[in-house]
Design a protein around this ligand. Sequence first.
Ligand code: OOG
Ligand code: MG
Length: 260
Amino acid sequence: MGERLYEALAKQLLDARHYKKPITCLTAHHPELTLKDAYAIQQAVIQLRQKNGEKVIGYKMGLTSKVKQEQMQIATPVFGILTDSMLMGDTSLLTFNHYVQPKAEPEIAFMIGRDLFGDVSIEEALDACEGISIAIDIIDSSYENFKFSLVDIVADDCSAGSFLLHSRMINPHRYDLANLGVSLFVNDQLVHSGSSSNVLGHPAEALVMLVRMLAERNEALRAGTVVLSGGMTAAITLAPGAHISARIEHLGELSFLVEP
Ligand code: OOG
Ligand code: MG
């Protein structure tokens, strides 16, 4: 596999998002693609975004909980890369036609205050955090019907669409994060509930796992980046006019409106 093919496939993925025209999975045409190729295509997607002026600000972990793994039928945790254009501002109004097929899921965000590298414990990972907050991951997919294989999802930057962060950061040691109640509401109706323990037994395990995955490429997780834990409930499909809100015990509530 060469750089040229990675870039051509990355362009197809970004065009699908841009023109709101989902494509068939890359692996349907290129069954030979490996997971390593998939991360290289993801890199190419990010490089194209950077050429458009976007800046990398963090990472998202994906498929870190059983509920998400079962919903997507893929049991391997993965990571994607977040850019500044994905961070939703304070308006909390989501423009539906900016997305192909958006969905939302509650997550925990970790704000990294010190570089992390290699094998770290949960305690070391949390010590390196400046703060944590409740987040909502707005996933979107370049693929028809939001259906894909492991290789396809990694190439598509882990379905990164947008994300919301609560402005209130909490000291990561203030509460035991292992078992916080999580709820997701649509128009004030409870749709999904779960626990922070759904993410790998403890949400900071997602951070530990990311640091290990980056170390395999000889990269550190840098201070100043933000990391999303991965969804703690199944995702919900967004429809125009829907009011979505997520609550995590102790961390607060975050909500947005899908433009009618
Ligand atoms: C894959 C992205 C996974 C998560 O939190 O598990 C993800 C998908 O469900 O489209 O963001
Ligand atoms: Mg997610």
